[in-house]
Design a binder for this molecule. Structure first.
Ligand SMILES: Nc1ncnc2c1ncn2[C@@H]1O[C@H](COP(=O)(O)OP(=O)(O)OP(=O)(O)O)[C@@H](O)[C@H]1O
Length: 651
């Protein structure tokens, strides 16, 4: 029987092992397949944002961080006499008041308990009533503290946002940031969430350090005067050692926080793109493709958040051990020493008095240990703040660079010698003159080595050439969006040059705002534009019916959605009539407008003295121009009068 049984067992074992191996193999293959399919989907989508080489953000609590935070603090707290400094003071006062309340609660709690222990009913009731009367004051102190913190956060955010927006919207910095520079890919995330979190982090850190520091000061003083210096000094020694250790272990937090914000920004950006281009995507039926792009971006974010969570949990365990529980053990140890010592003056006291003192000192020591723990944990906030600080500082650096014309881009090989803003810009009315100006893209690609031509007011010019030959690039240089790499450019100041793109921008606001953009209605009125005049402009571009349909110039709508492509182009023309600049650049801006409307618009421009640069392939437009600038797309160009034999157009 026994050998049979063992045989059976061995057989069973073999079977069990075989099935376990098979199960493992199936599971492994399944995981491999899932992993492979997930990878192949992710490999298919290489969206650009993440592939752009960005500076690797270093975010440690070190000398650089303290320098950066000092600079940012000077912005959010402009002076010691500012309201922000006032709120810092108010928080400090509220914290002092709260600590006094805490101390009072400790000592008064002991008094109530001693009244209970000594069975003194009258004293107990009397003390309880006093305690009850103090409750509203304590509650008020707590909420004044909450209010001061909330208001401080708002004020810090207000100051930082205003400063950043000042720089972001100075000249064309917002354009340059996304078109000329590749250091920051999602300025919106930085300007919104990151700034908010940065300010929140400062306010939190201030409270999380100010209150424990104050508590430590109070309790160290009280314990020192009653138990001697050794007890509080041992606790402070522990604070120092644990603080240094935890700060070192938490070093990756800053970088991980910065990375989290970057990935959140990317994911948000991809979502916003889908909203902007929803119609185009819907016509292409691109749901699945867009979903994959979104999921890939979300997975990246999710993986990072998961890793960050694991790291935080790991650090939480260490934090709890070091800053919370071990601090309590150290607390017990140090408070017990004078009571256990045979030489301390406490030895002479009776049992009841010793119990009372131990109770009071013990509570103080627990509070001291808690305060030390909170201070050590505030280090965690400090490393998070380091992450936000480096992100906000990076945004400020890029803004400052762009405002002085310095930008970082992917230069093509051999173009390192190109220096942006090396050309000369001269402002003069009624003339546009390119003198040996090279046409160079922000990447450093040379489209035309040297471009020279002169246009005076009254000489309409048709610009043509194949796709990618540099027509729009020419206007970007003329509009000062792109830097001048060399030569001399003479032109009227910005306000006297107007640009109308193929897809004109419609602002938020009334129908009147669309015509006067970027002037507000009030500004337009100040400049003498009456409603009658604006309505006349609308009629000139055959949009008079909009006044009736939409309910007059004051009608408010989302004009980007409400108007058709051709209507938007005609609004842009009415806008041109309102501004009546010296020169206007029309970049295929009448492609959706019928020929007769187009003709009357050109006639009107000539009447009021607006000189036009037109990019168009329409033959119907030849008659409205005197010169033609032809870019051949291979680095050559010609500039000559239009006559009956001109053939170049219609590339
Ligand atoms: N922001 C940019 N950064 C780098 N290169 C750019 C940028 N914008 C345009 N380019 C490149 O510059 C070249 C000229 O572009 P541009 O838009 O001036 O052509 P275009 O003549 O207006 O073409 P189209 O007729 O198609 O509108 C193209 O090769 C384009 O890829």
């Amino acid at each position: 029987m026994a050998p049979n049984c063992s045989k059976l067992l061995t057989k069973n074992n073999v079977l069990l092992t075989a099935s376990a191996v098979t199960l493992l193999w199936i599971l492994k293959n399944r995981r491999k397949k899932i992993f492979q399919s997930k990878r192949s989907v992710e490999e298919e989508v290489k969206y650009l944002i993440s592939d752009k080489k960005e500076n690797i953000t270093k975010a440690h609590v070190d000398r650089i961080f303290f320098k950066q935070i000092y600079e940012l603090l000077r912005i959010v707290i402009p002076s010691w006499a500012s309201p922000e400094a006032g709120f810092l003071f108010m928080i400090a006062c509220s914290l002092v008041a709260r600590s006094i309340c805490d101390l009072w609660i400790i000592s008064y709690g002991t008094k109530i308990e001693s009244a209970i222990v000594s069975s003194n009913r009258n004293l107990f009731v009397q003390r309880l009533i006093t305690f009850l009367c103090a409750i509203p004051v304590i509650s008020l102190v707590n909420n004044v503290l909450k209010f001061s913190i909330g208001e401080l956060k708002l004020r810090l955010r207000n100051n930082m946002t205003r400063r950043l927006l000042d720089d972001y919207l100075k000249n064309y910095t917002y354009y340059r940031m996304s078109n000329l520079d590749n250091r920051i890919s999602n300025a919106d995330q930085l300007l919104t969430t990151d700034v908010d979190k940065f300010c929140e982090s400062i306010a939190e850190l201030y409270c999380n350090t100010a209150k424990p520091l104050l508590d430590i000061g109070i309790y160290v003083y009280r314990l020192w005067t009653s138990l001697g210096g050794q007890t509080p000094m041992s606790m402070l020694g522990y604070l120092l050692v644990s603080g240094v250790l935890l700060t070192h272990l938490r070093r990756p937090t800053g970088k991980m926080t910065a990375q989290e914000q970057k990935l959140e920004g990317e994911y948000r950006h991809i979502n916003a793109r889908l909203i902007t281009y929803s119609e185009e995507v819907a016509f292409y039926n691109g749901n699945s493709r867009e979903k994959v792009t979104l999921i890939v971006s979300f997975n990246k974010l999710l993986n990072h958040l998961r890793n960050f969570l694991r790291f935080r949990v790991f650090m939480g365990v260490i934090d709890n051990i070091v800053a919370k529980y071990f601090a309590s053990i150290v607390g017990f140890w140090v408070v017990s020493r004078p009571f256990l010592s045979q030489t301390h003056e406490l030895v002479d006291l009776g049992h009841q008095e010793r119990s009372r003192l131990y109770y009071t000192y013990g509570r103080m020591l627990v509070k001291l240990a808690e305060a030390i723990g909170r201070l050590v944990l505030a280090g965690r906030e400090l490393t998070r703040l380091a992450g936000f600080t480096s992100r906000v500082t990076q945004l400020r650096t890029v803004l400052a660079d762009l405002n002085v014309g310095r930008y970082t881009r992917t230069m093509v090989a051999g173009s390192e010698h190109l220096i942006p803003n090396n050309g000369k810009l001269i402002f003069r009315d009624n003339i546009i003159k390119f003198d040996k100006v090279p046409l160079i893209t922000p990447n450093g690609d040379i489209l035309i080595t040297e471009l020279s031509f002169e246009v005076k007011s009254g000489m309409n010019v048709l610009v043509c050439g194949p796709n990618g030959s540099g027509k729009s690039s020419l206007f970007r240089i003329l509009g000062e969006l792109w830097p001048l790499f060399g030569g001399e450019l003479m032109k009227p100041p910005r306000g006297k040059l107007f640009y109308i793109p193929q897809k004109p921008y419609m602002t938020l606001g009334s129908l009147r705002d669309q015509i006067t953009y970027p002037h507000s209605s009030a500004e337009a009125k100040r400049r003498g534009a009456s409603d009658k005049m604006l309505e006349e402009h609308l009629r000139l571009v055959q949009l008079g019916y909009l006044l009736k349909r939409e309910g007059g110039l004051d009608a408010v709508a989302d004009w980007l959605d409400v108007l058709s492509g051709g209507e938007k182009q005609r609004i842009a023309m009415a806008r041109l009539f309102y501004h009546a600049p010296q020169f206007a650049i029309l970049d295929e801006c009448t492609s959706a407008v019928s020929v007769d409307v187009e003709g009357s618009m050109y006639k009107y421009c000539r009447e009021v003295g607006i000189t036009l640069f037109t990019v168009s392939h329409r033959k119907s437009l030849w008659q409205h121009h005197e010169h033609v600038l032809y870019l051949d797309g291979r680095g050559n160009y010609s500039f000559k009068p239009i006559d009956a034999y001109t053939e170049e157009f219609g590339s």
